[in-house]
Design a protein around this ligand. Structure first.
Ligand code: SAM
Length: 372
């Protein structure tokens, strides 16, 4: 106990604990005294920087085609049972129209790594959104690309990029991904995105198969080094069509503990109470916010496709999780003392790297002309 207390003090003082200290701290995630202390500090910092505001993002899952074969993911390339779809530019813009009316000022375009969309398509899409909604932020979450591609999207106006590192440990990464994928490349992408002036989001699953406390310790150390503006942390949830179908889902308590630890480590971070957390437990969004999170990402994808973006079993996308029921979510937040806001919700400390945004060429192409 004394040992854990000293480690918490170190964390609060901003002296990043060492790997073995993190391990000893994490082993206390069910210790009530330590958990209450960490949570109270996380909430204090969250309120200091963001008051009781909860930022909202409209999540548009625009394709579930993917060239990758991440072993845990329901939309991996090798899953022949997945029912595939992709949206046209016009369909995506329709989601934005709807979202804007509902009060969303950030659109998150997420998808599998779908080679159908060329760089010009993403550029055209980002430009179209920024032209129509200049007061909105565009977040991309479309996986690993080249520096040149990231640069094109950034020059087109993309503001943020989510790319969870998944695990910062090489051997653990190999358990979750095929040989063709590389942790070093994924980390490099994150540093390149930062260099290009994106607000960058990294993150990982809690309880993914083979994960040990020392792996999570490495995740926390990696986050301290990268200093991302956003961190996505959610429990791993098995999908019936993967080799991990029979594995257990990640712990809600450990996920909440980690949200609090990350809030303390990176006090101004944008930290969502994730869909996965809301999927494993009905009050996951609330508990995430009460642990230090400050973002929610309701689903703004066309209702007819929501079930197809099937990353894991029983993924929620309706009711309070649905953008069209924003009011219901607002009520739930109000009931715990928080307030959904209509704001872009940028990171308080912007990226110091600046990109010359003047030289941006006019869009070419536009995938509406090709059949999706
Ligand atoms: N292709 C993009 C990428 O690689 O970043 C974005 C889409 S990817 C499906 C979004 C996130 O879903 C991943 O970063 C992963 O952490 C999460 N995910 C996938 N399968 C999951 C599972 N079984 N349980 C929980 N989260 C999962």
């Amino acid at each position: 106990m004394d040992d854990a207390e000293n480690i918490v003090k170190k964390l609060l003082a901003g002296d990043g604990p060492a790997e073995n200290e993190y391990v000893r701290l994490l082993e206390n995630y069910e210790n009530r005294e330590i958990t209450e202390w960490i949570t109270a500090e996380a909430v204090r910092l969250r309120k200091q920087h963001f008051g009781n505001k909860v930022y909202t993002r409209g999540l548009i899952e625009f394709t579930n085609y993917c060239k990758n074969d991440c072993y845990y993911c329901g939309i991996r390339a090798g899953n022949t049972h997945a029912s595939r779809y992709r949206l046209s530019e016009e369909e995506i813009l329709e989601c934005c129209r709807e979202g804007y009316k509902l009060g969303f000022r950030t659109f998150v375009l997420q998808g599998g790594e779908d080679l159908f969309y060329k760089d010009e398509d993403i550029v055209s899409l980002v430009r179209a959104i920024k032209r129509t909604y200049p007061d909105c932020a565009v977040t991309l979450s479309i996986g690993e690309k080249s520096y040149e591609s990231y640069k094109k999207y950034r020059l087109a106006g993309a503001d943020r990029y989510l790319l969870r590192h998944e695990t910062a440990d090489e051997a653990h990464y190999r358990k979750l991904h095929p040989q063709a994928m590389s942790l070093a490349y994924r980390k490099q992408c994150l540093y390149q995105l930062k260099e290009l002036g994106y607000q960058v989001g990294a993150g990982f699953m809690v309880g993914s198969p083979g994960q040990e406390m020392r792996h999570i310790a490495r995740d926390l150390i990696f986050l301290t080094e990268l200093k991302p503006q956003m961190v996505g942390i959610g429990p791993f949830i098995p999908h019936h069509d993967t080799i991990f179908a029979k594995e257990k889902a990640g712990s809600v308590e450990l996920t909440l503990f980690l949200l609090s630890v990350v809030r303390i480590l990176l006090p101004t971070v944008l930290l969502p109470a994730t869909t996965a957390l809301g999927s494993v437990t009905g009050d996951g969004r609330e508990r995430g916010i009460l642990a230090g999170a400050n973002v929610v990402m309701p689903n703004l994808s066309p209702v007819r496709h929501r079930k197809q973006y099937d990353l894991y079993d029983n993924k929620v996308s309706m009711g309070e999780e649905a953008a069209e029921h924003r009011e219901r979510l607002a009520k739930r937040m109000k009931a715990i003392g928080y307030e959904l806001t209509v704001e872009r919700g940028d990171a308080p400390e912007k990226n110091t790297h600046r990109l010359d945004l003047c030289a941006s060429p006019e869009p070419v192409g536009g995938f509406n002309r090709r059949s999706v």
